[in-house]
Structure formats: C-alpha cells, structure tokens
Ligand binder design. Structure first.
Ligand code: GDD
Length: 336
C-alpha cells in the first residue's frame, strides 16, 4: 500500500474521505485534508493531518492554493446523498463538476502524477436497471449513456474529463464506480442518508419507542447491493496502485431487496417483526442494481469480503451508540 507520500484528499470531512485519510495516515503518508464543511461537521478529523476546513473546491483559486508539492490527489468530494437527496437536488449535484474540473486543471498545472476520482453506480444506463433482479452491472453498461438524472450525469461527464486529462496531459487517473457504500461515520439522518443507515435508524427508533411499524420507501421489492466501508477503502487503494485507468466497479454483488435488508436489520436488533408501511410516492431510484465484479477480480485480483449481515451489524451498533449520545438531536453527520 502507498507509503511515505504526500497526498491531498479532497472531501476529507465526508464519509468515505474520512475513512480514507485514516487508512493513509496509518501507512505513514503525510496528508493534506480539505472539505467545504466547517470543522464541527467533519465526520472524522485527524490531528496528524494538515486540515483545511470550509474550503470550497468549486473555486479554482482554492484548488491552485492547495495542489502544491503533492504526490497524489484523491477527489472524494461531491454534493451527494441517498435517493431522497439526489432526486430533489439535481442542479446542486451537477455543480460538483466544478470540483473535478478545477482540481484537474490545478493538477495539470502542478504536474501531479496520479489522480483518483470517486464515481458512482449512478453513472450506469437506467434502462439496464428496470427489473427487480438484474445481472450485475458491467463497466461497459454505462454506454450508451442514460445515467441517473443530475447526479449520475455529473459522474459520467467527470469520468470522461479524467480520461481526457490523462490522454492530453499525461495525468494518470484511477476511477472507481462505488455501489452504495455504508458503515460507521455515515450520514443517518437529516435527508441525505442512504437506505442502510435510514432503515437501521428507523428500526432503532421503533425499538426505543416500542413502535410496531416503520416507513419504507417504495414497495420494498427493489434491489441493491451495498458495500461496507472497509472493503471500499481496500478496493480504492488497490485500484489506485494498479495500472488500470478505466472506470472499475467497487461494489458488492450480494444483491438483496430492501425487504431482505430490513429482515437482516430486525434480526440484528432482536426486535419482533415490524409492520412495513410502504410509501410509493417517495424517491425510489432504479428498480434493481448490483455490481458485476468480473473486471475488478481480473485487474486487482480482489473482491469485497464483508457480507451485508456482518457490515450491517457493525453499522447498527455504531448508530445505536451515536443515537444514544445525541438523543433526538440531528447528528453532526447531516451537513453536506
Ligand atoms: N434513503 C432511503 N431512505 N431509501 C429508502 C428508504 C429510506 O428510508 N426506504 C426505502 N428506501 C429505498 C429507496 O427508495 C431506494 O429504492 C433504495 O432504498 C435505495 O435507496 P438509497 O440507498 O437512498 O439510494 P440508491 O441505492 O438508489 O443510490 C445511492 O447509491 C448510489 C451508488 O450505488 C445514492 O447514494 C447515490 O447517490 C449513489 O450514487
């Protein structure tokens, strides 16, 4: 794994960015960490990194200021959330294109050798995700282009921007298409939370308040695959060190319905079976999605390890202790 390098992590105050910084520090790298969020909203904040709070990388001058004497850059920054956020904030999501574009320009000016872009399964063509159980999405399924509106278009466009900076200016790029990453230090309330955290939260509240039902968006039959954060970081670092510059899935191929995921969470919480109030008017996204991991196995000789039931248990226990600490106040993980 990368050692003794000077690395810029943009979006370091966010969920994946924070875990990445932790791991890179453990490997004796020197970290410059930046995020648009003020200090109090960083999900994780390490004293042994050089932290830049409230720094907006949509401004090219901020990019130019910070991309100096750096070996590598990880762009983990974008305005994002679960379906509840991305379906209702398309213009906001698309503006993340400025972060990637300005960072790439600054990297080109400074002669940065290698650049990582965090893309998403939302880049895949929607017509391939209309059935409940689908074959896992292969990397080639992004084209012909018809990604998720707003957020997905930004990701697909920015992937291409990376590719052309590599072709024209020799910046080595690495691009991961993440599939619904979850785990401790993720957002679990406030509107940006994804399904694993939202449903753990609902079960925790039902248990604490002796309620017998929870709200579920959609009919519960829609499917996804979810990747635990430790696998995400491992896959990211392996991809970064590989010589593969095309987009690669970093995801799990353990495809479950939302109902099956709720069954797992109920087992973990040891609550009796809850009634499910299916809310068909809430944001649902695609009908079925999973990751095909043939390419990642081939180019990285690696695939995810942590089963959903094990990752959910760790996440549930972490959330339970956070909710006990914060009570009904919104957590600090709610700010963009
Ligand atoms: N967020 C949320 N909250 N989703 C719920 C809930 C709930 O309480 N109940 C059921 N769901 C359903 C949603 O309706 C959707 O069909 C499914 O769970 C998954 O929702 P999310 O986890 O919010 O989003 P996603 O999987 O469609 O997309 C997420 O992952 C992508 C990468 O795979 C988003 O975070 C995207 O931004 C990301 O690119």
């Amino acid at each position: 794994m990368i050692k003794n390098k000077k690395i810029l992590v943009v979006g370091a105050g966010g969920f994946i960015g924070g875990h990445l910084v932790k791991r890179l520090l453990e490997n004796d790298n020197s970290i410059i960490a930046s995020d648009i969020k003020p200090k109090e909203y960083w999900f994780q904040d390490f004293d042994n990194a050089e932290n830049h709070y409230s720094m907006d990388m949509k401004e090219i001058n901020n990019c130019r200021k910070i991309v100096k004497n750096i070996d590598y850059v990880f762009n983990m920054a974008c305005n994002m959330g679960g379906m509840g956020f991305i379906e209702n904030n398309k213009a906001e999501c698309m503006q993340s294109v400025l972060i990637n574009t300005n960072l790439l320009i600054a990297c080109k000016e400074e002669g940065i050798k290698r650049y990582f872009f965090s893309s998403s399964a939302c880049a895949y063509n929607k017509s391939k995700q209309q059935e409940v159980f689908i074959e896992g999405l292969k990397e080639s399924d992004a084209y012909p282009a018809d990604p998720e509106d707003g957020y997905g278009w930004e990701k697909l466009f920015s992937e291409r921007m990376c590719r052309h900076f590599m072709e024209d200016y020799n910046i080595e790029v690495r691009i991961a298409r993440y599939h619904n990453i979850y785990g401790p230090f993720g957002t679990y309330d406030g509107g940006r939370e994804k399904a694993p955290a939202a449903l753990c939260r609902k079960v925790i509240y039902a248990k604490e308040n002796n309620e017998n039902k929870i709200d579920v968006w959609g009919d519960g039959k829609q499917t996804r695959s979810f990747l635990f954060i430790d696998d995400c970081i491992e896959g990211t670092l392996r991809l970064f060190e590989s010589d593969f510059s095309e987009p690669v899935n970093i995801g799990s191929d353990e495809q479950v319905s939302i109902n099956q995921m709720i069954d797992l969470i109920e087992d973990i919480s040891k609550i009796k079976k809850l009634k499910r109030d299916y809310q068909l008017d809430k944001p649902k996204g695609v009908r079925g999605r999973s990751s095909n991991n043939d390419l990642v196995k081939k180019v990285l000789n690696w695939s995810f390890k942590i089963k959903l039931k094990d990752g959910l248990k760790i996440t549930y226990e972490w959330m339970n202790s956070e909710i006990n600490k914060h009570g009904s106040n919104l957590s600090r993980f709610t700010k963009s």
